[in-house]
Design a protein around this ligand. Structure first.
Ligand code: UT7
Length: 307
């Protein structure tokens, strides 16, 4: 059995901060941010929390899936910014949407989190442990940002994306998933502190490892670049996406981007983009997509998704 996406949803807070507004609080400029990252604005939660954003995205995904909440038997939230340590965000979401039959847990693998949660859901389905999975990436990163640090505050945003997977007959694709804790100091957030990052180190790591992971997953599944309709990368930086496309020798228009609107929303970025593309009718049944994540840990990987 394989999990097929039968519904998507997303939510971002209505409030946002554009580059001009940021340049009034830290020494930066719209030009610098656009040129180095491609980001134009980011949505910032005022009233919303990680749970409330996750719930709104989840409700949309459930409606789109035409499943009812009681049919969900696994609910995973990927997040690094839960409201509280206990109970987990997934249980809080369960309570709000009445998914009473779901096993609920959170997964923390930073910007690779949604990809690892997707793989986890596929493994549960393949093992016959569940049939219908609600998978959410939700982040309130604005609470983890030092708004005086121009090297990080320009990058991140808040939001949530969700997908519903339903078990169907089919073969499981092989995945590439990697972690290297030795390089963890490149991107950290100590308890009670803010996100700190060696931007150049993370940049170099991403442009080296992501093309390698994608090449690996294509090879593992006997697929070629031309078999893939879209490469859905974690939305961190336009230059990273461009560098990956260049290294793979694949045209950039196969790499959709929405980071200009949302910034880097960590675990939420891939499902946010999937939902946007789904609603725009850009995803067709049977198409093969590659999902690729990378980030703190360090961790990275790529998986095939058949729409
Ligand atoms: O999910 C994974 C999360 N992480 C990432 O995606 C981060 C990956 N890294 C990056 O995206 C880039 O490294 C950044 C966008 C963070 C930085 O771009 P860069 O081209 O690597 O810039 P840099 O760190 O080499 O800094 C260049 C200059 C420095 O000034 P000097 O030393 O040349 O005088 C910085 O102090 O730019 C300065 N700078 C800024 N200037 C204006 C750093 N941040 C800013 C800023 N505005 N916000």
């Amino acid at each position: 059995m394989i999990g097929k996406i039968c519904g998507t949803g997303s939510y971002v807070p209505v409030e946002y901060m554009d580059n001009h507004e940021l340049s009034r609080t830290v020494e930066t400029s719209d030009e610098w941010i656009r040129e180095r990252t491609g980001i134009v604005k980011r949505h910032i939660a005022k009233e919303d929390t990680t749970v409330s954003m996750a719930v709104k995205a989840a409700k949309q995904a459930l409606t789109d899936s035409e499943l009812c909440e009681e049919e969900i038997d696994l609910l995973i939230v990927s997040t690094i910014s839960s409201n509280v340590i206990l109970p987990c965000t997934a249980c809080e979401v369960q309570k709000e949407i009445h998914a009473i039959n779901a096993t609920c847990f959170d997964l923390n693998a930073a910007c690779t989190g949604f990809l690892f949660a997707y793989n986890t859901a596929q493994a549960y389905i393949a093992a016959g442990m569940c049939k219908n999975v609600l998978l959410i990436g939700a982040e309130c990163l604005s609470t983890l940002i030092d708004w005086k640090d121009r090297t990080t505050c320009i990058l991140f945003g808040d939001g949530a994306g969700a997908v519903v997977l339903r078990a169907e007959k089919g073969n499981l694709y092989r995945t590439v998933s990697c972690s290297d804790g030795r390089k963890g100091t490149a991107l950290t957030c100590d308890t009670g502190d803010y996100i700190k990052m060696n931007g150049q180190e993370v940049f170099k790591f991403a442009v080296r490892q992501v093309p390698e992971a994608i090449a690996g997953v294509l090879k593992e599944n006997n697929l070629k670049e031309e078999d893939i309709a879209h490469f859905i990368l974690h939305q961190a930086n336009r230059r990273i996406v461009e560098a990956v496309a260049r290294r793979m020798n694949v045209e950039l228009d196969k790499f959709p981007m929405n980071l200009q609107e949302y910034g880097n929303t960590s675990s939420a970025s891939i499902p946010l983009l999937l939902d946007e593309m789904n609603r725009q009718g850009k995803l067709k049944r049977g198409q093969k997509l590659i999902l690729a994540g990378f980030g703190a840990g360090l961790s990275w990987g790529a998986s095939v998704l058949e729409w």
